[in-house]
Design a protein. Structure first.
Length: 102
């Protein structure tokens, strides 16, 4: 999914939500009700249209898949200041000194 356009990713996401909904034998209206979304939102998502983060969280909750967010929400244990220091270190570049020719 990494190389695809945003629109293609949305289309794939909508398809996966639709397949999961059907696999679990949940109607669009039931998914809408349980996820806190409107029926039109469900239809739009399944057609590959844009999705809000709150809608995605609602779907994951209905499908008991909230743990799937763990991979993108990993806490590396660093404070914001430590992260900033790491970034600064990466930006520092050492230059080679020109050798003096005799």
């Amino acid at each position: 999914m990494q190389e695809n356009s945003t629109q293609e990713i949305l289309r794939q996401l909508g398809n996966r939500i639709s397949v999961r909904r059907l696999k679990e034998n949940i109607s669009q209206s039931t998914l809408a009700s349980k996820s806190g979304c409107s029926l039109s939102t469900i239809k739009n998502v399944e057609q590959g249209k844009n999705i809000s983060l709150s809608s995605l969280i609602g779907f994951l909750r209905v499908f008991h898949s909230l743990d799937d967010l763990e991979s993108i929400l990993k806490d590396d244990g660093l404070t914001p200041m430590q992260k900033l220091e790491q970034q600064k270190k990466k930006l520092r570049v050492t230059r080679k000194r020109a050798s003096k020719s005799p």
